[in-house]
Design a protein around this ligand. Structure first.
Ligand SMILES: NC(=O)c1ccc[n+]([C@@H]2O[C@H](COP(=O)([O-])OP(=O)(O)OC[C@H]3O[C@@H](n4cnc5c(N)ncnc54)[C@H](O)[C@@H]3O)[C@@H](O)[C@H]2O)c1
Length: 336
């Protein structure tokens, strides 16, 4: 079955991350694009010769579609996804799929009553570093993990809608779906407490460009996720176990393993031998969109379940809400 697809929002992400795999895959046919911007529509027409719409409700009423991909501004996703589901279309929603937990709940309710598929897009769950780290931890190479740090950084300056709260901008919603989610996926953990800090350092606008999320899992592992707009270089991952540490800088993984010998003759300490190994991880750290679209095709064709369940995306949204609430109120949020 060919999946008749429309892209709603043909901007930076819609015209690349999504249009590229749709164009390349024989499972998809791009039949329509909706964008309020004339130039974006013309770009799509020149590339695909597809139908064009300015208003998504007209597109939903006028087209026989198996999938709508929502890639508009972050404040628009949930309401547009609900419109798609109401019109009887399956919908893939880019991150952040919702600006808050109430919006996530509304989409899930609409999906249940429409009987259509609601597919949250969280591509970093297929990140090559995350997948390699999962295998390393499963091998026991650093022993029992007690702390995970995940960070991204840049000296950046943005000037688009992402700097405004009214458009659901800000780095928590922009980067949190990658950086808060990945360590949780790595540990397959549930979060019990959240402490958040948000700062506006470089960007104009009225939202944060730095955030810290300090989370404790139900197994008492500490996770610290951070986006920092005023840092030149920090490790992207630091994973600490009782027998070693793993650092990741971009595609470079460094593993320090500790081996403890029996205590010294005077008995007050055990000598430790450290061994360091390095490797390079290849692939896309934020997920291979071509491979993910193959999975989406198989999910829509009923051949396998879609791996990012709405419930897990809603759980992530709840944690992001808690980071914001904690930062605003200066207290630890208990999730149970
Ligand atoms: N790795 C990822 O998954 C990833 C990467 C980048 C962006 N994103 C997400 O994609 C979304 C879009 O980001 P972007 O950088 O492409 O933004 P963008 O501004 O380049 O694109 C948004 C598009 O939506 C269009 N639009 C706005 N209102 C509309 C409406 N009412 N109807 C139809 N079209 C409308 C705009 O004209 C624009 O072309 C954001 O939510 C962002 O978080 C995800």
């Amino acid at each position: 079955m060919i999946i008749k697809t429309a892209i709603l929002g043909y901007g930076r992400s819609g015209s690349t991350l999504h249009a590229d795999p749709i164009e390349k895959s024989a499972d998809f046919q791009l039949v329509a694009v909706c964008d309020i911007d004339e130039q974006a529509r013309q770009k799509a027409f020149q590339r695909f010769g597809c139908k064009l719409y300015e208003n998504h409700l007209d597109m939903l009423a006028g087209e026989d579609l198996d999938l709508v991909v929502v890639v508009t501004r972050s404040d628009q996703h949930a309401a547009m996804a609900c419109d798609c589901l109401k019109a009887g279309k399956n919908v893939l929603v880019t991150k952040p799929w919702a600006a808050d937990y109430a919006q996530a709940g509304a989409m899930m309710k609409q999906a249940r009553s429409s009987g259509k598929m609601l597919l949250p897009w969280l591509p970093a769950r297929w990140g090559c570093d995350l997948l390699r780290l999962k295998a390393l931890l499963a091998s026991g190479i650093i022993g029992r993990v007690f702390q995970v740090r995940r960070s991204e950084y840049a000296f950046g300056l943005r000037n688009d809608w992402q700097i405004w709260k009214k458009y659901a901008g800000g780095y928590l919603l922009n980067w949190g779906p990658h950086l808060v989610d990945q360590p949780i996926q790595l540990l397959e953990a549930s979060i019990k407490t959240v402490y958040g800090e948000m700062r506006q350092i470089n960007n104009p606008g009225d939202v944060e460009d730095v955030f810290y999320a300090v989370m404790k899992t139900t197994d008492d592992i500490l996770i610290v996720s951070e986006y920092n707009i005023a840092a030149g270089a920090t490790p992207n991952w630091m994973i600490q176990g009782d027998r070693g540490t793993i650092y990741v800088h971009q595609d470079q993984i460094t593993i320090h393993q500790a081996a403890f010998a029996p205590p010294d003759r005077d008995g007050y300490r055990s000598p430790v031998q450290m061994e360091t190994t390095c490797e390079t991880v290849s692939g896309n750290r934020y997920g291979d969109q071509f491979a993910i679209y193959q999975h989406i095709a198989r999910a829509l064709q009923g051949l396998e379940p879609y791996q990012v369940t709405p419930a897990s995306a809603a759980g992530l949204t709840r944690i992001l809400d808690a980071v914001r609430t904690s930062s605003e109120q200066g207290k630890v949020i208990h999730l149970s």
